[in-house]
Design a protein around this ligand. Sequence first.
Ligand SMILES: *[C@@H]1O[C@H](CO)[C@@H](O)[C@H](O)[C@H]1NC(C)=O
Ligand SMILES: *[C@@H]1O[C@H](CO)[C@@H](O)[C@H](O)[C@H]1NC(C)=O
Ligand SMILES: *[C@@H]1O[C@H](CO)[C@@H](O)[C@H](O)[C@H]1NC(C)=O
Ligand SMILES: *[C@@H]1O[C@H](CO)[C@@H](O)[C@H](O)[C@H]1NC(C)=O
Ligand SMILES: *[C@@H]1O[C@H](CO)[C@@H](O)[C@H](O)[C@H]1NC(C)=O
Ligand SMILES: *[C@@H]1O[C@H](CO)[C@@H](O)[C@H](O)[C@H]1NC(C)=O
Length: 392
Amino acid sequence: MTFHMDFFIAFLTCAAVTLVLPNWPPPPTRLKYEWIDQFTVNVSWEKPRGVQDGSEVTYKYRLVKNGEDVTCTTVRNFTVPCLTEETDSDGYTYNVWTDSSPNCRSSTGESTRVNITVKYLKSRAKVVKDFKCVIHGNETDCSWIPVDPSLKLNLSYRMCGCSEEVLKSLKKCHELHRNETRTGCHLKVNAIKGDICILVETDAAMSTFIAEPEVPSPKMSVREVGDHLKLSWKPPEVGKQCTWLYDVCYTHCSYPEVSCHHSLEVAYNNRCLYQIRSSVKTDIYCKKISSGFSEVVPYGSNKPPDRTLTVVAIVVPIILSVCVLLSCYCFRRHSAIICPTIPDPSAIFKEMMMNGNKDLKTPGSLYTPVPEPIESFRITQITENSGLQQNV
Ligand SMILES: *[C@@H]1O[C@H](CO)[C@@H](O)[C@H](O)[C@H]1NC(C)=O
Ligand SMILES: *[C@@H]1O[C@H](CO)[C@@H](O)[C@H](O)[C@H]1NC(C)=O
Ligand SMILES: *[C@@H]1O[C@H](CO)[C@@H](O)[C@H](O)[C@H]1NC(C)=O
Ligand SMILES: *[C@@H]1O[C@H](CO)[C@@H](O)[C@H](O)[C@H]1NC(C)=O
Ligand SMILES: *[C@@H]1O[C@H](CO)[C@@H](O)[C@H](O)[C@H]1NC(C)=O
Ligand SMILES: *[C@@H]1O[C@H](CO)[C@@H](O)[C@H](O)[C@H]1NC(C)=O
């Protein structure tokens, strides 16, 4: 009887769930991870409860990190690189969930997300700083500054990737060379072929990251052509198929360094010492590789600035004014010879003034009008009868 009752309740629950949530598939189960090597992790899970073997279910997963894409898969595992220097946290967290739609297009037929956090094999720590690699043909020279020089450390490397061939190629640096500041190692990998993954570990901590190799800075030649300096380089040995772009920085005379720009020539002032350095990088169509800056290449020399114009502008007017002054002086001194009758204008003026004053002082010379001769007229009454002749 109780068996029948239990069965009936279970049946009812199933029916209710099916009715209420017809499209929500159950999430994946028993998530686990396994480190394949120190760079690579394999995350796997089992089928959701209730899904029959053989029936198609698709899964989605995503690294919990801003901007990470969702990946869709039909298999129940994925293998990914997990490098300590690529995150800020103590591990990588993945969301994994089931999608009931056939092409992973659905956003409604999805299960809840189950999460798994991948912990590193050793505690994550920055073991080295200023890690630099320089490519020399099919080998790569790397060197670094140990964060704690008293700790022993091992360095291993391989090309990055998850293919079986790459996973098997992990190599260890057996010969580390040291000086006071840096430790180095020759890596037997060709950095042009791909990224190099580096593992540095001490007893307690580890650091994994991708090396950013450089090429040696190419030698620059400088040639003077007209009022320009033409710059040319011997291209790097590696990356023959790549287009290399050169950046140039320089100082001239006492000017501060001009900002570096992509250029093959520099305007040239031949009274200046030019101090030029350059670097090279691949264009966007090649694997990103650049060089550090070259040594400074000097060209030309500083000469005192050209003062001719200044001399002309200052000295000539002085000479001219001295000449004018001198000639005036000479003229005054020898005016009797050169121009004997030239009167002194001031004397003339003074004389005029004096004369004017004198005239004013003599009252006798006041204007007296000359008496005009007076003619006397006699107006006679003309009688109406007399003729005109009488008047003449
Ligand atoms: C990852 O783990 C799954 C389940 O354990 C296994 O089937 C698969 O082969 C592993 N993948 C690799 C690349 O080791
Ligand atoms: C793990 O993934 C591989 C392909 O990457 C696949 O061939 C294999 O069957 C998967 N294993 C499981 C248990 O899903
Ligand atoms: C898994 O993480 C997501 C956020 O990334 C969160 O929304 C969800 O509730 C988590 N699931 C579980 C079962 O903790
Ligand atoms: C590197 O190249 C040289 C010739 O340039 C060759 O002799 C040597 O075997 C190569 N080494 C590797 C590891 O491929
Ligand atoms: C130490 O070695 C590095 C290369 O490994 C080199 O660049 C540096 O100049 C060296 N320093 C001294 C002080 O020799
Ligand atoms: C370095 O490698 C050697 C030999 O493989 C090993 O014995 C030693 O424990 C390693 N040291 C560290 C700090 O990993």
